[in-house]
Write a protein that binds this ligand. Structure first.
Ligand SMILES: [Zn+2]
Length: 238
């Protein structure tokens, strides 16, 4: 399911961020794509893909809290820029440690269908960003689905994720429930589709603790096979 992804940020004051945030749907107060658009953040040129692939000596590292909103927004910007430049339309999320920044921040993608119809007449892409995220509660039974990751190209697992989670973050201080998104309609009539924010959130949240999606494979035999494949890709160290 993590086959799609993107992100964003800002450079103005914290007050400006909060002002913008309150103008949005309270369910998704931290839409980074909207922030970037509204603040006309210039896009930085990226020439080299910084995403870490396979290397567990890096990807298993635990990330530290982000110190300030400015630092966090800068990281979110960077994540969106990387995803948009190298994985346009192919990523569902990206966490800071995947690009070598071991801080607690990530972005998740939400496909948006313009109009109230559930049929995707026109699909746009937006990113939600989370700085120092917290999961407060989970709701419902776990659901299984395919799962994958930009850091492990081609590897697919079946994992179980909570359907709904109650979360907060530095840039989203009021706890809100995230759901898979299929039946969320915004004030302007846009409808969110797909596996959606709650599922993607859990995948990216795990990255901050060095937990990979294949660690959560539901079939023990398959889990061992996946682990063996990952071991086979580890860089040789002298
Ligand atoms: Zn991942």
């Amino acid at each position: 399911m993590l086959i799609l992804t993107r992100l964003c940020g800002h450079k103005e004051s914290i007050a400006k961020v909060f002002e913008i945030r309150t103008q949005r749907n309270p369910r998704f107060p931290n839409n980074v794509t909207k922030m970037m658009t509204e603040e006309q953040e210039p896009k930085k040129e990226l020439t080299e893909n910084p995403i870490i692939e396979w290397d567990l000596s890096k990807l298993r590292r635990k990330s530290k809290p982000v110190a300030t909103m400015e630092e966090g927004m800068s990281i979110l910007h960077r994540l969106v820029a990387v995803a948009d430049t190298f994985y346009k339309g192919k990523a569902a999320g990206l966490a800071a440690p995947q690009i070598g920044i071991f801080k607690r921040a990530f972005v998740v993608h939400i496909p948006v269908v313009e109009g109230s119809s559930r049929l995707p007449q026109h699909v746009t892409d937006e990113w939600l960003g989370y700085i120092n995220p917290v999961i407060h509660e989970t709701d419902g039974e776990g659901e299984i689905d395919y799962d994958g990751c930009l850091s492990f190209p081609g590897l697919v697992a079946i994992t179980r994720r909570w359907r709904r989670i109650k979360i907060s973050a530095l840039n989203c201080p009021e706890p809100v429930w995230l759901d898979p998104g299929a039946d969320v309609t915004r004030e302007n009539g846009d409808t969110f589709l797909g596996s959606g924010p709650s599922i993607f959130f859990q995948h990216e949240f795990d990255h901050l603790s060095g937990i990979m999606f294949f660690d959560r494979e539901v079939d023990p035999e398959e889990k061992e096979k996946l682990a063996a494949e990952v071991r086979g890709h580890q860089p040789q160290r002298v």
